[in-house]
Design a protein around this ligand. Structure first.
Ligand SMILES: [Zn+2]
Length: 266
């Protein structure tokens, strides 16, 4: 057996070392952008129309609203206007089922669900959202970020259902920006933006730009109060200003728009 030259050995060692570096060719975001940022808001809460739409119009941010049909039924005009203003309307299920350890979800606990029931409700939710807003959603956000049905040995993931029905399944309470070359679009991570100011998220934004990533932010109510589950208007204004500086290279677009781009590059 011939001994490998030292240089070749070095290459081999490098190749087997864990990759912590930025890839040599960054992911091709449109127009030479360095990272993608998507803002999403869940549940179809009234504050998203009352306080949200005006500040989004003022800042030019286009976002994704993940709605439950029963929550938006009474505000059809506003939700149609949101869709027509260029915001994405996504599916957030029919009943918002989560673990029954939340008392409010005990009667619709994921522990008691079956895949067949989930599938039927996803279908119905889509049709009702289309009836109310005029839009049939192509992306989905998992209620409570939970992806299972059943219990113990019969627990099943419903991620495959989402993968069949939707371009995107968005998670919740994530800690990481998505790597567009790797991410499973059926489990896109999302970082909370409720009850935070820009300073808290700047490191993640900058690191997303440095690594060519797709950072999805997720929130609930929109308002001026400092409360849990409320994305502050002051935060949205500061964020929009930060993201708008061209040298920083951020592409801001709804979840479905970015996912379309990611899917086309593969
Ligand atoms: Zn929700």
């Amino acid at each position: 057996m011939r001994l490998l030259p030292l240089a070749a050995l070095g290459v081999l060692l490098l190749a087997s070392a864990p990759r912590t570096q930025v890839p040599a060719s960054p992911f091709p975001w449109p127009n030479g952008k360095r990272a993608a940022i998507s803002l999403s808001f869940d549940d179809g809460r009234p504050t998203q129309m009352d306080a949200g739409l005006p500040v989004l119009a003022e800042t030019g941010l286009k976002v994704t609203f993940y709605v439950v049909p029963s929550a938006i039924e009474k505000r059809q005009t506003a939700w149609r206007a949101a869709a027509q203003a260029g915001h994405e309307i996504g599916n957030h299920s029919l009943m918002h089922p989560c673990t029954g350890n939340f008392a409010w979800s005990r009667q619709k606990a994921l522990e008691d669900y079956t895949l067949a029931r989930m599938d039927a409700e996803l279908e119905q939710a889509g049709l009702e959202i289309k009836r109310i807003t005029g839009v049939l959603p192509t992306t989905f956000a998992y209620p409570c970020g939970q992806t299972f049905v059943g219990r113990g040995p019969t627990t099943t993931s419903y991620v495959p259902l989402i993968g069949k029905r939707f371009l995107v399944g968005r998670l919740w309470m994530g800690e990481v920006a998505n790597d567009p070359s790797f991410v499973d679009l059926s489990q896109v991570h999302a970082v909370p933006m409720d009850d935070r100011e820009l300073a808290a998220l700047k490191p993640m934004l900058d690191s997303a730009a440095g690594q060519g990533r797709w950072l999805v932010l997720a929130g609930h109510d929109i308002g001026t109060q400092v409360e849990p589950y409320t994305t502050r208007v002051t935060f949205l204004r500061a964020l929009a200003e930060y993201l708008s500086v061209p040298e920083r290279g951020f592409w801001v677009a709804p979840v479905g728009t970015v996912a379309d781009w990611v899917a086309k590059q593969r």
